[in-house]
Design a protein around this ligand. Structure first.
Ligand code: MN
Ligand code: ZN
Length: 498
């Protein structure tokens, strides 16, 4: 974590040194409070002379003029007031945070004329700041100047001045929960696999008990007893034993059917005996991005005390080549009783998910199940790093997810499914095989999972392109993006809280 912002909201504030940040909409004057930072009107004049257009998340950097109580002034653009959507407030918050370096005191005047900033928008702005401030420098013994925002890495005191300060402070508690959950997911993805094995990841899930989440960790022995032959087949090539973590947040009415999220947690994926090429293999420490998103989501829901009953299940394994590793051609029996011919040991994510999904459905009979997985390279071919693939047997759930994606800017694109694709994973020797070949690779992967969900509404999110290595932007400068946490929190918030 490189910067630490101590954020408060105030109705009005005196500036006493440090930075002043003023928001401005297109074609309007500077934010209320500008006069304190700019008693002589020089900033307003300079902004005009510089031709600052106040475009969304654009910034103007000024040394404070004579008589100003600030040392440095930034003007951040909001674009046209009437065009602002909720995600824009995160972006603008991120843009503001990116300017904060070498100071410990920042006063932000949010109420730009024409923008009518609500408490939710103010809290979203602050969320954008917290998400932008994240950096993963655990293993850098020398911190670069760029990494430390406060002088000597100390905390930066940020006062956000807005008319709805009291309500904004309340709404900010939710922002803090969301930021912590996203940043937890980012940490998990960024951690190297030698530090974060299945056992260590399970311990991280267990830590959610502090927030009131019930967490059970199944050991290899217990998974054997349950007959989880698919996930155990993946694990058998690693000296590190697998784990299955079951997290329950019971914030809804007691006895109400839960909703469920299932994550792929392959802490490292070498491909197994069907070993991957060396180039870029280090990125496979992120093959647990689905499990990270589910864990981050459970953190958010508990921390903001969501009024919903939610189950989160993550399958944690390492896929290694070894004398004991499974071979192409091996046939394993999943917990469902269905047999699987392993054609390619690198198609291991679905083997992890199938047992986790079956277990989840069998035990909790949830309203729906959504799985998240860095599942296929094919989804990158189709959608790049920009959107995740959505596969589902349920139109309503798909629509809810798509809407949540647009709202949070964690976007999804629904991909087709159908029985012709399903046929592609029929096997000569077993009930199915674990890959249908190169063509339609993301779709046949989804069909594999569909065979384990029965009639339960289900969606599969292929996040191989979005969980890591996606383009950096105003609110994310981290390789592990934390994709999925805000998306699913929004899904729950908009549709499943009593
Ligand atoms: Mn793989
Ligand atoms: Zn994988």
């Amino acid at each position: 974590m490189s910067a630490k912002f101590d954020i408060s909201f105030e109705k009005s504030a005196e500036i006493a040194g440090g930075y002043a940040i003023l928001l401005q909409t297109k074609g309007a004057d500077l934010a209320a409070g500008a006069s304190a930072a700019d008693p002589s009107g020089v900033v307003a004049k300079a902004s005009k002379i510089a031709g600052f257009s106040a475009k969304l998340a654009g910034a103007l950097d000024l040394v404070a003029p004579e008589g100003s109580k600030a040392e440095r002034i930034f003007v951040i653009g909001l674009g046209k007031a009437e065009d602002l959507v909720s995600f824009d407030w995160l972006k603008v918050g991120g843009a503001a945070a990116s300017k904060i370096k070498n100071t410990t005191d920042v006063t932000i005047f949010l109420d730009a004329p024409g923008a009518d900033v609500t408490a939710t928008q103010a809290a979203d702005f602050a969320l954008g700041m917290l998400l932008r401030a994240y950096g993963f420098d655990t293993y850098k013994t020398k911190k670069s100047d760029d990494d430390s925002n406060g002088k000597d890495g100390s905390t930066v005191k940020v006062r956000i001045v807005t008319a709805s300060a009291a309500e904004a402070a309340k709404a900010f508690k939710v922002s803090q929960a969301v930021a912590d959950g996203v940043n937890l997911a980012r940490d998990l993805v960024n951690e190297p696999a030698n530090v974060l094995g299945p056992v260590e990841f399970a311990a991280k899930a267990k830590e959610l008990e502090k927030l009131g989440v019930d967490v059970e960790i199944l050991t290899e022995k217990e998974m054997q007893t349950l007959g989880m032959g698919a996930i155990l087949g993946v694990a058998q090539g690693s000296v590190r034993p697998p784990r299955l973590a079951i997290m329950q947040w019971k914030g809804g009415k007691s006895g109400e059917t839960p909703i469920a999220f299932v994550g792929k947690g392959v802490v490292f994926d070498t491909g197994g005996i069907s070993i991957k090429p060396a180039g870029g293999m280090e990125d496979m420490k992120g093959d647990m991005g689905g499990a990270a998103a589910v864990t981050g989501l459970m953190h958010v829901l508990a921390a903001r005390k969501a009024k919903a009953n939610v189950v989160g299940i993550i399958g944690l394994v390492e896929n290694m080549p070894d004398g004991n590793a499974q071979r192409p051609g091996d046939i394993v029996t999943s917990m469902s009783g269905q047999t699987i011919e392993v054609i390619n040991t690198d198609a291991e994510g679905r083997l992890v998910l199938c047992d986790a999904l079956w277990y989840c459905n069998d035990r909790f009979k949830p309203k729906f199940m959504i799985d998240l997985a860095t599942l296929t390279g094919a989804i990158l071919v189709a959608l790049g790093n920009i959107q995740a693939g959505l596969f589902s047997n349920d139109d309503q759930l798909s629509e809810q997810l798509t809407a949540a994606g647009l709202e949070t800017h964690e976007r999804l694109w629904r991909m087709p499914m159908g029985k012709e694709y399903d046929k592609m994973i029929d096997s000569k020797f077993a009930d199915m095989k674990n890959t249908g070949g190169r063509h339609a690779g993301s779709i046949t992967a989804a069909h594999f999972m569909k065979r384990f969900v029965g009639d339960t509404p289900w969606a599969h999110l292929d996040i191989a392109g979005t969980a890591m290595g996606s383009p950096l932007d105003e609110i994310n400068q981290s390789w592990g993006s934390g994709y999925g946490v805000r998306l699913l929190d929004e899904l729950v918030r908009a549709n499943y809280e009593s």
